[in-house]
Design a protein around this ligand. Structure first.
Ligand code: SF4
Length: 338
């Protein structure tokens, strides 16, 4: 029985689409606990390799788990703006991100009367966030001391309250540690779990190419200026920071052009007028001279004979202007590319 006198032992499990969290939730559900999954989504993190929440909800439901999906993009911006424990090798604030998710889970625990939290963490698997001292540091900061059960690594960790109180049978938990994937894959096969996301389809914040763009934004505009749109824009097209500190993004393909148009907000949109070509997005264009510069950057990617001039239309809301432009020298442009 839980401290609240309930016969039903309820737990919240943090569930990404990855194998470890699926396994952890499945193991605990298999021990007779009523497991509620929490899946946090970020609007800037969609794309290939990411499982849609609906597919994850179906998988969870087949395991008898109800999945709660929360779009956490907006509150997560504070973590990106001020990561207390810093970024990892890219722009991944893993320790603060874990803490953020665990705090979200704690709110859900309180709402549904859950006795403990389940995570798929494996000791020693990730450089920053899954070392033992860090795990304990995080649970203390989240106010969940000894209340986070990590079923995959339980045997190499101190006994938690759910085990001590008999809410789960410790002998049916595991002692996996380190970076190898084989034990989890074997366990998945035993438990009949298939179709899980591969690690390569993981978090975009760990992608060095993406991180370069976000870091360039931070250098030019400051970390406090990060917004969900910034994070989304960093996914598309070619990125440049001009000598005068303008951010210019030029689409590589149709999908980029559409996304730049959708995310244009109060920025200037540039397009070639008399021919097809990419869309360019530029912020803080202060006058015709700067508009001409962006137009010449765009002209570089319009399929024309070298030296030909093109007509470019720039618009922002009700404002618009027309510019005759010839392509900028690729070597000059290269210097601004990130
Ligand atoms: S890899 Fe991404 S989602 Fe996972 S903890 Fe790090 S920042 Fe958060």
């Amino acid at each position: 029985m839980t401290p609240w006198g309930s016969e039903v032992i309820r737990a919240v499990a943090l569930m990404s689409a990855g194998l470890d969290s699926l396994l952890a939730a499945r193991i605990v559900a298999g021990l007779g606990v009523e497991v509620h999954g929490l899946h946090c989504t970020f609007r800037f993190a969609f794309g290939p390799g990411r499982e849609r929440p609906e597919a994850l909800a179906e998988k969870a439901s087949a395991m008898g788990i109800r999945l709660h999906v929360q779009d956490v993009t907006d509150p997560f911006m504070d973590v990106l703006r001020r990561p207390e424990h810093g970024f990892g090798s890219a722009v991944n604030p893993c320790i603060d991100c874990h803490l953020f998710m665990i705090r979200r889970a704690k709110v859900l625990m309180d709402e549904i009367g859950a006795a403990f939290l389940v995570t798929g963490e494996v000791v020693g698997q990730r450089p920053m966030s899954q070392h033992k001292p860090t795990l304990f540091h995080i649970e203390k900061l989240a106010g969940l001391k000894r209340l986070i059960l990590r079923p995959l690594s339980a045997h190499v960790l101190p006994v938690t309250l759910p085990e001590e109180n008999g809410w789960v049978d410790r002998s049916r938990l595991y002692g996996i540690s380190g970076r190898g994937r084989r034990p989890q894959e074997t366990l998945a096969a035993e438990l009949g779990i298939t179709g899980y996301a591969q690690p390569a389809g993981g978090c975009i914040l760990t992608d060095p190419f993406y991180a370069r763009r976000v870091k360039a934004f931070i250098r030019n505009r400051g970390q406090e200026s990060i917004t969900p749109e910034t994070m989304m824009l960093c996914r598309f097209g070619r990125h440049f920071w001009t000598g005068s500190g303008r951010w210019v993004i030029i689409g590589r393909e149709e999908k980029d052009n559409e996304s730049l148009e959708k995310l244009s907000g109060g920025r200037w949109v540039f397009e070639a007028e008399d021919t097809t070509g990419p869309t360019a997005l530029a912020d803080a264009v202060s006058g015709p001279e700067e508009a001409a510069l962006v137009a010449s950057m765009l002209a570089r990617y319009v399929n024309r004979r070298s030296g030909d001039r093109i007509r470019v239309r720039a618009r922002r809301g009700d404002e618009s202007m027309r510019i005759d432009a010839s392509a900028m020298d690729p070597a000059d442009l290269e210097k601004w590319m990130v």
